[in-house]
Design a protein. Structure first.
Length: 84
């Protein structure tokens, strides 16, 4: 976990940006010794966002399966869309 003070964002922006891009991890910023903000590289944020969206879709599909909605095998889906 990378923790920096909020003043370091102003004084060391280039270094924090480099660390965020190289590590791909969030950097936690503190203000008066307390957690305040999290910053991260846009590429890392977008990757995490896509992963969360995928997990939401998988969870929704699992909930539908558990509720009894019909399911299809991979082969059934391929066969159905082969004619499209």
């Amino acid at each position: 976990m990378i923790i920096k003070s909020s003043t370091s964002l102003r004084n060391e922006y280039t270094e924090i940006s480099r660390i965020a891009k190289e590590s791909g991890e969030p950097i936690y910023l503190t203000k008066n010794g307390e957690g305040d903000l999290v910053v991260m590289a846009i590429a890392a944020f977008e990757k995490k966002k896509r992963l969360l969206e995928l997990k939401e879709k998988i969870l929704e599909a699992e909930e539908q399966r558990l509720s009894g909605l019909p399911t299809y095998t991979h082969e059934e889906v391929v066969k159905r869309f082969a004619h499209v």
